[in-house]
Ligand binder design. Structure first.
Ligand code: UDP
Ligand code: MG
Length: 355
């Protein structure tokens, strides 16, 4: 304790600021930022806050809710504003249009002020009842506590199979491993958030970025629920593009594989040529083979277009990155000015002034 005092950077500060034990105690109460991307969630907002409110009730933490309105075209913004008028913990970030969930989450991370952050979907598919467990693990010293979906009964068989195929492929191709069936629902310590914010890329495959920064991590299992109300914004086309985004952001293997495919095809070509020469030598001149030529042309043509397409995927992304556009644009922020940067409680401030 004495040594701490000696190292205290505030040594020269008024004694009262340092010696107020209540202030120190209050300082212990950590701020948790709940990050909620919202796109057309008018039906969900009240349900969501009711559930989360009862889940976090009685926890020894302060909370803020960073709600990113991702260009909703329904009453999401209006409902949020009404809530914010009565609830100082609410921060609303309005984006200028719909930028997608990953961008909305990026915005939430940028504006969050908490000692830890918890991104959560507004549709209650991620049960808020996990939050106390997240916080308990965090207090044990873990930097990242992520939720793992134990059964994905809420998802269709098709979505489950494609998801597991994706995780398998991703983890085989990429150096960073993402835990299968872990979503964005997790708790991350401030240090992890700062590391994520250092990543400048525009293509934001969040699960990959979360895994890339590392940190001491642990998992909490849960059963994923069906959407409580409203409609999912996902479809297979969006999911497919999401998967492409993930793999191209974290692996160059699809680019490199073509030299080996080419090598293989060339080797087969050589063998076939040798066979043809042998045929001519043994059986004399013989020119059949419309079928074999067509097969060769079509297969090789197809392979070439495929490889070109894949190169295109990467070049397209390189092009987007070079433009250096911001991942999202904010039209206005509500609720942030109401508090000082660290959101000190009024008592802590009073006691600091007393000395
Ligand atoms: N979301 C968003 N922008 C979008 C699409 C979705 O902010 O363009 C939000 C949505 O409001 C929800 C979360 O991302 O809070 C997950 O969306 P959804 O439930 O549609 O995805 P799913 O659970 O089906 O993967
Ligand atoms: Mg959902």
């Amino acid at each position: 304790m004495t040594r701490d005092r000696a190292n205290d950077p505030q040594e020269g500060a008024p004694a009262g600021a340092r010696n107020a034990p209540r202030a120190a105690e209050l300082g212990e109460q950590k701020l948790i930022s709940i990050l909620v991307p919202m796109y057309n969630e008018e039906q969900m907002i009240d349900l969501f806050f009711d559930r989360i409110e009862s889940a976090i009730h009685g926890l020894d933490c302060r909370f803020e809710f960073v709600c990113v309105n991702d260009g909703s075209r329904d009453r999401t913004q209006e409902i949020l504003l009404n809530r914010a008028a009565q609830d100082a913990r609410l921060v609303i970030i309005n984006l200028t249009r719909n930028f997608g969930k990953e961008a909305a989450l990026t915005a939430a991370l940028d504006f969050a002020g908490g000692d830890a952050v918890i991104p959560i979907d507004a549709d209650l598919q991620d049960p808020p009842e996990l939050i106390p467990q997240f916080i308990a693990k965090w207090r044990e010293g873990y930097d990242v506590v992520y939720g793992v979906r134990r059964q994905r009964l809420a998802d269709t068989l098709g979505k489950r199979t494609t998801a597991s195929a994706f995780y398998g492929l991703f983890n085989r191709l990429s150096d960073v491993k993402i835990p299968a069936d872990a979503g964005d629902y997790r708790l991350m310590d401030r240090s992890v958030v700062e590391n994520i914010k250092r990543m400048p890329e525009r293509n934001r495959f969040m699960k990959g970025l979360f895994a890339w920064v590392g940190g001491r991590s642990t998992a909490v299992e849960f059963a994923r629920q069906t959407r409580a109300a409203g409609k999912t914004k996902w479809n297979y086309w969006r999911l497919w593009n999401f998967a492409l985004e993930g793999i191209t952001s974290f692996s160059a293997a699809p680019l490199k594989v073509w030299s080996y495919v080419g090598l293989g095809v060339a080797a087969i070509g050589c063998l076939f040529a040798a066979y043809l020469i042998l045929l001519v030598v043994v059986r004399g001149v013989d020119v059949p083979g419309y079928a074999s030529i067509m097969v060769a042309v079509l297969v090789l043509g197809g392979l070439q277009l495929l490889s070109l397409g894949l190169i295109g995927e990467y070049i397209g992304r390189v092009y987007m990155e070079t433009k250096q556009r911001p991942p999202y644009l904010v039209s206005d922020v509500i609720g942030l000015q109401r508090r000082s940067p660290r959101q000190r409680t009024p008592q802590a401030e009073d006691e600091a002034h007393e000395g």
